[in-house]
Design a protein around this ligand. Structure first.
Ligand SMILES: [Zn+2]
Length: 316
């Protein structure tokens, strides 16, 4: 290639592929940047369910390897802040989009792809009652509508199935029927190994301390954030620096076409998200049956959203 700069020729001669060489518009990241250490091919043939908060197996990440995931976007204000922070450190992540948000902000979806991130799916409407409390037909219709809206925003066209076969249930509230349907379509279902609890109001400094403390315990894994949350967007630059300072390495997830590789949960595993969802549903049902209470159950679910999950969970 006659147009190679000596710098690029050096990388190519070394067998390295700097991200900016492939994408052209990426910043050149110096040795000090966190960077992306490797790509993990997630082969969803026959389905795949990963993330120890919900499933008894997870991705085969090594000690101190981290896969960053962001749900519920895009958001006009906070998603660009997250993308800027990731780009600055040459870090690749996975975004699980809400279809109606993607439909409204296609340029941000296109930027996620141009920046080298994976764009997965998180339903069209993110129903407040969760898919678990909908009919299987209605749940599958919302998921399919989300696939189409996301792919139309991302690529200007939608096929019979999603181009990137990655899906995450709102509130991790899956059902055996919908799980089987996704598996039959070779779609991988993502839980998380740890989360930032950014559905709670907290300062960026508190969120940073919380997630770094949790990472220290899990020694890495699939981390759940929401790129719609201001605290997450504002702490992202400091978080990525903290990952670098503490020896964590970033793994980018890409769709594969083989059999899924997974790592089994430790003995005694149980689903934390199911425990929380059952508590929330139980409390909702008790309240719904109280005389004189006129709120619709769905409205109360909305009040405990986003993601239904642990409103009452307090940082350690
Ligand atoms: Zn969500």
């Amino acid at each position: 290639m006659r147009t190679q700069t000596p710098f690029l020729a050096f990388f190519l001669a070394m067998g390295l592929s700097p991200s900016w060489a492939a994408e052209g518009h990426q910043p050149v990241c110096g040795a000090d940047a966190l960077g992306t250490s490797r790509t993990l091919s997630v082969g969803p043939r026959g389905g795949l369910e990963v993330g120890l908060k919900t499933y008894p197996q997870t991705l085969p990440l090594r000690d101190h390897e981290v896969a960053l995931t962001f749900d519920d976007g895009p958001n006009a204000k906070t998603t660009p802040m997250v993308l800027d922070a990731l780009s600055h450190e040459c870090v690749k992540a996975t975004f699980f989009l809400i279809g109606r948000h993607a439909q409204d902000l296609p340029k941000l979806v296109q930027r996620e792809i141009a920046d080298g991130h994976a764009v997965g799916h998180h339903t069209f409407s993110h129903p407040a009652i969760t898919l678990r409390r909908m009919s299987t037909a209605a749940a599958e219709a919302d998921i399919d509508q989300g696939f189409r809206a996301d792919d139309l925003a991302a690529y200007g066209a939608a096929g019979a199935g999603p181009r990137v076969p990655f899906f995450r249930f709102p509130g991790f509230a899956d059902t055996p029927e919908v799980d089987r349907w996704l598996a039959s379509r070779n779609i991988a279902v993502f839980g998380a190994d740890l989360w930032a609890s950014d559905w709670q109001m907290m300062t960026p400094a508190t969120e940073l301390a919380l997630v770094m403390g949790r990472l220290q315990k899990t020694k890495g894994g699939i981390v759940l954030f929401h790129d719609t949350k201001s605290s997450t967007a504002r702490m992202m630059p400091a978080f990525l620096r903290a990952l670098k300072a503490n020896g964590y390495r970033i793994v980018a997830l890409v769709p594969g076409d083989g059999t899924a590789q997974t790592r089994a949960a430790p003995a005694g595993w149980s689903s934390e998200t199911d425990r929380i969802i059952n508590q929330v549903f139980h409390a909702e049902d008790a309240k719904a049956h109280r005389p004189g209470d006129s709120d619709a159950p769905a409205a109360r679910h909305a009040a405990t959203a986003p993601d239904t999950l642990p409103k009452r969970e307090t940082p350690p």
